[in-house]
Design a protein around this ligand. Structure first.
Ligand code: SF4
Length: 443
């Protein structure tokens, strides 16, 4: 049962020393009760109090690690229901299903290529989910060894037959795969195996009530490196289960659900499967197993994940440094934009496709887009003047002419005054850059 703020407060030193970053011990107690801080932030708490506060000090959702030092994945340790309350911490791992009867080396080679660069970030597909379809210990074990040999990434083993799982898990134990799954029928033996090979264990219930019972039985056996699967496969039921698990863990501190949760897609149509996976990424799977294995299927899932797991208080930014696009010369135009990643990369793409080599000077607006940063007073004539000097633009071009984004044409006068450069007002949308460049810079 979770402790209240007042119960926690009674165990604290009550000196209000602020060393924990809170103004008072009571504020710290309230934050701890809400899962917004951890007990170790108070350096003055006694050992007796630590024992008494054990439950409150534990994170609402345990951090579970899958994989070895080569490529360790972290799931869980989330504290929020809604991203805008703080942020989500550990992006949903995406696992690609591979059957042990397939050409494992070929499937893993194509899995390894599921990596992407987008808005200056590198995305990877996290795991192979190796399923035992052969029902044969030697085949499954050999396939597990092939997966381990052909990728540095983490993987999971899917088999409910403990004897077959034992052979494969023992063969690749040093890679610490996730073992799927402990069920009502096998949980004692599967838990003993997970303990023996020191690998995390997925628990598959038959609905939420059964899942909670099963988790309690397994934790009583002394194992807590768990990932939860309610057993549902229909989209709305999985969504309801994942939401209940997260709510009960974070809001009610229900310890049986204090572990990362996982889901399997069930749709056979590729597009429907992507949508289904994205529902589970949004709420609240720590791991989603998909059949999708093509780049065009995986990229939308990873892009959606990226949008959810960026810190809403820290927009993604590029370095505020002038970039030369193409074979620039002293005659090349100079485009001004902001260092908000999405804005910058859209402008960069359009400048590239205009085929008119140019410089782009991203102004440091703390990652805010053009109009917002102008409204916030971060995109100003003075800021542009400073950026031109910092990037030594006068030495790079021979014309002292810059192009302002059309949306901030209002800055023309102050920019000309602050920089001493001639100001051209560019298009409002980046899609107009190509036409603008041809009209203004192609002789
Ligand atoms: S560091 Fe500990 S004693 Fe100091 S204000 Fe915070 S909770 Fe109280």
């Amino acid at each position: 049962m979770a402790l209240t703020g007042l119960q926690i407060f009674k165990q604290l030193p009550k000196t209000n020393c602020k060393d924990c970053g809170n103004p008072t011990c009571l504020a710290f107690a309230m934050a701890l009760a809400a899962g917004k801080t951890s007990l170790d932030k108070c350096p003055h708490v006694s050992e007796e109090a630590k024992d008494a506060l054990g439950a409150a000090a534990a994170p609402p959702i345990k951090l579970v690690k899958i994989g070895s030092a080569i490529s360790e994945l972290e799931l869980g340790d989330e504290t929020e229901l809604f991203r805008h309350d703080k942020r989500f911490f550990h992006p949903t791992a995406i696992a690609v299903l591979v059957e042990d009867t397939e050409d494992i080396a070929a499937r893993v080679a194509s899995f390894n290529e599921l990596e992407f660069d987008r808005v200056g970030l590198h995305f990877v597909t996290d795991m192979v989910a190796l399923q035992c379809s052969s029902n044969d210990a030697a085949t499954f074990s050999a396939a597990a060894e092939l997966v381990a040999a052909n990728t540095d990434k983490s993987f999971m083993l899917i088999c409910e037959d403990v004897a077959i799982m034992d052979a494969a898990a023992t063969a690749v134990a040093s890679r610490k795969p996730l073992l799927y799954a402990a069920t009502n029928d096998n949980y004692e033996a599967m838990t003993a195996l997970a303990q023996k090979v020191a690998c995390p264990l997925a628990v598959k219930g038959n609905g939420l009530a059964n899942l909670a019972e099963l988790v309690d039985k397994i934790t009583k056996l002394g194992y807590k490196e768990l990932v939860l699967d309610s057993g549902s496969r229909e989209t709305s039921q999985v969504l309801a289960d994942l939401t209940q698990i997260r709510r009960l863990a974070v809001r009610k501190r229900f310890r049986s659900f204090g572990y990362p949760a996982m889901a399997f897609t069930s749709k056979t149509d590729a597009l429907e499967e992507v949508v289904q996976a994205n529902v589970y990424v949004a709420k609240y799977a720590g791991l989603v197993v998909v059949k999708a294995s093509k780049k065009e299927e995986i990229l939308p899932i990873l892009s959606w994940r990226q949008n959810l797991y960026t810190d809403p208080q820290k927009p993604i930014q590029v370095e505020a440094k002038a970039v030369a696009i193409g074979d620039v010369t002293p005659d090349s135009p100079v485009y001004i934009t902001t260092n908000f990643s999405l804005t910058y990369y859209i402008v960069e793409g359009e400048v590239e496709s205009s085929k008119v080599p140019a410089y782009i000077v991203p102004i440091n607006t703390d990652g805010i887009s053009v109009l917002t940063s102008w409204a916030a007073g971060k995109l100003t004539g003075e800021a542009i003047a400073k950026a031109l000097v910092a990037n030594d633009m006068e030495a790079k071009v021979n014309h002292k002419t810059l192009v302002l984004p059309g949306y901030v044409a209002v800055l023309s006068g102050s920019t000309a005054e602050a920089t001493g450069w001639k100001v051209l007002v560019g298009p409002r949308e980046a899609s107009g850059i190509s036409k603008f460049a041809k009209e203004n810079f192609v002789k």
